[in-house]
Design a protein around this ligand. Sequence first.
Ligand code: IMP
Length: 189
Amino acid sequence: MELLVATHNQHKKEEIQQILQGLFEVKSLTDYDIHDEIIEDGHTFHENALIKAKYCFDKTGIPSLGDDSGLVVDALDGRPGIYSARYASNHDFPKNISKVLEELGNNTNRSAYFVTVLCYYSIEGPKYYEGRVYGNLLSENKGKQGFGYDPVFVPEGYELTFAEMEPEHKNRISHRKKALDAFLADMEQ
Ligand code: IMP
């Protein structure tokens, strides 16, 4: 069965493909020659995941998967949240990290979590799956791997930031992996 993943990001498609191997033939927007930019103007991770999945399903009729992820910081009342990608500046990861660290200042509550919400949209309508990884934020960057807020995020039970871990290691414990596992478990039922 085909599954259309609402992304132009080949890396994201491959990560999902790897996890869903044997169950779905995973395609991206690019595979379908869809180059539209989907406007994510929802107010929650769930709304944004729905917008992406529904857009793809309405356009193609193929069961579609939308995802939305971000960093939620306790001491910042949940910010940057759905604005994680463009908190200070669009996809400028160092600037976004600096803004979060500046706002946190010397606050001793450094707890935060990454979350991924998936929306699977089929003829039956939307279904949601969520994955979280809890941890703490450092005051300075450590490590060069990964992307986004990885250099300042240390997952619970580890001494290394996501950016210091091998990508395979991060991908085994990440919020994205947990959300995809929940989706997979439901599909296998
Ligand atoms: P997206 O919804 O997967 O595009 O993620 C939105 C934003 O959240 C990214 O641009 C990053 O700033 C942040 N983010 C999501 N997942 C991760 C992660 O695994 N590590 C670091 N930052 C992430």
